[in-house]
Design a protein around this ligand. Structure first.
Ligand code: SF4
Ligand code: SF4
Ligand code: SF4
Length: 359
C-alpha cells in the first residue's frame, strides 16, 4: 500500500536532503545504479547520467529546472545496451509518463526499473538555464524552490510545453518525491509502498495545503494549454496558415530525434515475419514488402498518429526546433481527438491499453 511520509530537511538545504535520500537508495541496495540529472561539467549544465557510487551524487541535481533530453529514451537505451540490472531512474512527470508508454510497446522493462518521480514546477531551455545560473546570485534551482509552496509561478520564461503542462506531480512512481504545496526548506513528501518506507526508515506525515497548491497550478496550466491548443487548431484548419507553418520547416529532423518515441522506433509498424499466401503470391518478394511496410509513406502516417496518441507533451520536439514551430500544441491538437474518443491519457497507468493495436 502506498504511504505518504515526510523527509525532514536540515538547515534549509532542500537539494542536500534529496541527494541524501538518493544516496540511501544506493547504500541500502534498493537499486544497483541510478540515472539522475548531474551538474557536469559545471553547475550551469545538467544532464542525466548513470551513477553507481553514493559519492557521485554530490553533484546530482534533479531539482534543477532544466531538461536537455527526455530521459525515457535514455532508460530504453540503457536497458537495450546494458541488459538487466536494478536501475533506478529519477524522472520528471513527462519523462515518467513516456517510460510507461514505452513499456507498453516493450521498449522498456518495468520489472528491472525503479521509477523515482519528482514534482516539476517547469523547466527552462538549456541556454536560458545556463544564462540564469551564471548571472544571478541565487541558483535557478533555489529560485524555483521559492514557489513550490504556493504553486503558481510567473511562467513566461519557461519552455512552452511547461507553461501548459497539466501533469506536473510525481504520480505512478515506485517512489514519488513531492515538493508542491510544501515548505521545502523544512520538509519533503515521499510517497512509496510500506516495504520501501520501512527499509528507508520513513514515517507517515501530513501534507496540508498540497492539494490546494496543485489545484491552483493545474488551473493556470489548463488555461494556458487551452489557449495554445485553440491557436494551433485554428492554424491547422486554415490552409494558408498550414503552408506558412510548413514553409518555415527545413526538414532538419531535429524534432524527430528529440522525441523519446522516435529514437526508439517505438511506434513504427514492424515488418511482418510471415506474409499471407495472397500477399506472397502477389509480391514474390516478401523481404522487399516487409521493408516497404516498415518504411513507406503509410508507415510514416501510422507512426505519426500513434505518436500523437501517446504524446506526453514533454515539448522536447519543440525545444529542438530552430524554427520555433509550435510542435507541442500541434501534437496536442492531433492527439486530442484520439485521446478523447478512447478516454486515453498517455502514461496514466501501466495496464491501460494503447488506443491502437500492437502485434
Ligand atoms: S512538461 Fe511538465 S513535467 Fe515536463 S518538464 Fe515541463 S513542467 Fe516538467
Ligand atoms: S525541428 Fe523544426 S525545422 Fe526541423 S524538421 Fe522539425 S519542425 Fe522542421
Ligand atoms: S511528440 Fe514532442 S511533445 Fe510529444 S512526446 Fe514526442 S517530443 Fe514530447
Amino acid at each position: 500500500m502506498a504511504i505518504q511520509s515526510i523527509l525532514q530537511v536540515k538547515d534549509g538545504d532542500t537539494l542536500g536532503a534529496v541527494r541524501g535520500f538518493l544516496k540511501t537508495l544506493l547504500e541500502e541496495r534498493v537499486v544497483d545504479s541510478l540515472l539522475v540529472p548531474l551538474e557536469v561539467p559545471s553547475p550551469d549544465q545538467v544532464s542525466p547520467i548513470v551513477v553507481r557510487e553514493p559519492r557521485q551524487l554530490d553533484t546530482a541535481n534533479p531539482l534543477a529546472p532544466v531538461m536537455r533530453i527526455n530521459a525515457a529514451a535514455v532508460v530504453a537505451h540503457i536497458q537495450r545496451e546494458e541488459g538487466a540490472s536494478r536501475l533506478g531512474a529519477v524522472l520528471r512527470p513527462c519523462e515518467l509518463r513516456a517510460v510507461i508508454e514505452l513499456a507498453k510497446v516493450e521498449r522498456i522493462d518495468l520489472e528491472q526499473l525503479m521509477l523515482i518521480g519528482i514534482d516539476c514546477m517547469g523547466t527552462y531551455e538549456p541556454d536560458a538555464y545556463a544564462q540564469l545560473a551564471r548571472a544571478s546570485a541565487d541558483s535557478p534551482t533555489d529560485e524555483m524552490l521559492r514557489w513550490t509552496r504556493q504553486g503558481p509561478i510567473a511562467p513566461y520564461r519557461l519552455r512552452h510545453a511547461c507553461q501548459m503542462c497539466e501533469h506536473f506531480t510525481a504520480e505512478n512512481a515506485d517512489i514519488g518525491i513531492g515538493l508542491i504545496g510544501l515548505n521545502v526548506r523544512e520538509r519533503l513528501l515521499i510517497q512509496t509502498d510500506d516495504p520501501i518506507a520501512a527499509r528507508l526508515h520513513l514515517h507517515e506525515g501530513d501534507t496540508n495545503g498540497r492539494q490546494k497548491a496543485i489545484a491552483r497550478l493545474a488551473s493556470i496550466r489548463q488555461h494556458r494549454r487551452e489557449q495554445a491548443l485553440t491557436q494551433a487548431e485554428q492554424l491547422l484548419h486554415d490552409l494558408p496558415s498550414v503552408i506558412g507553418l510548413l514553409a518555415s520547416c527545413t526538414a532538419c529532423g531535429e524534432c524527430i530525434g528529440a522525441c523519446p518515441f522516435c529514437g526508439t522506433n517505438a511506434f513504427k509498424p514492424q515488418p511482418i515475419k510471415e506474409p499471407t499466401d495472397r500477399l506472397r503470391d502477389w509480391s514474390r518478394n516478401k523481404d522487399q514488402m516487409a521493408h516497404e511496410r516498415a518504411n513507406g509513406p503509410l508507415s510514416e502516417i501510422i507512426e505519426w498518429g500513434r505518436r500523437a496518441a501517446s504524446c506526453v507533451s514533454c515539448g522536447m520536439c519543440e525545444s529542438a526546433c530552430a524554427r520555433h514551430v509550435p510542435l507541442t500544441a500541434i501534437q496536442g491538437v492531433i492527439g486530442r481527438k484520439v485521446r478523447e474518443e478512447f478516454k486515453y491519457v498517455p502514461g496514466r497507468q501501466t495496464d491501460e491499453r494503447l488506443p491502437w493495436a500492437i502485434a
